[in-house]
Design a protein. Sequence first.
Length: 262
Amino acid sequence: MNLKKIFENWQYAFGWVVVAVLIVAILLSVYLVSITIDSFDDDFYSSISIAGEGEVVAVPDIATFNFSITEASENVELAQSAASEKTNKALKYLKDNGVEEKDLETSSYNIYPKTRWISEVCSDYYCPGGYEEIIGYEVSQTVTVKVRDTSKAGDLLSGIGSLGISNVSGLSFTSDDRDALEEQAKKLAIEDAQAKAKELAESLGVRLVRVVGFYEDSGSYPMYDYGYEEAGGMGAKSVASPDIPVGEQKITYTVHVDYEIK
């Protein structure tokens, strides 16, 4: 066997293998570059940003307010009893005047010790200081009232005051189904954004392709507060019912939409 000829044949075959490997590597590199370019094109595009606004105006159909009762005594039981008696009178009055049980909620109930500082007698060389002594307890309860007939809000506030409850606050008006109103305002905001985007695209001579970004801002609505306590309280036996305008509830929604354009 001619070893030289075998070696030459092996070199020839190995050379073709190297060439084939190089061709495959080049083709694979071209393919990967093509994929990279396509990915680059997908990640970077021209876009426009549009803000749309929606607004819904409704007459509030719910009134809410809070009243608080605070009683103090030398022991907890007496303070609780006094607070409960006054609270129960107020709750009975509200129920007798059309407020349902489900619309009365205790939002806070607290018991605090009342203390005083006792100073001990000091001698010429030593002063022991002093200590706090519990002399009684204070019980406070706050009830949140929801009034579904807003025309009765003023009468109910006056009635609560005639029971000797002076701490009444937080009167506000809202809609019972606020979520539905917010959804309506959001829908109007999206429609506004779509209309603005089409108009802008026509002006620029481009075409809207797809939505590539979206976020939203919900608006607020006015709160009405009637400061009875600051106005001198409602503890008088005869109090005129205040005229309380309900006004309008305005709910606004803003959406921001990003469109890809070509």
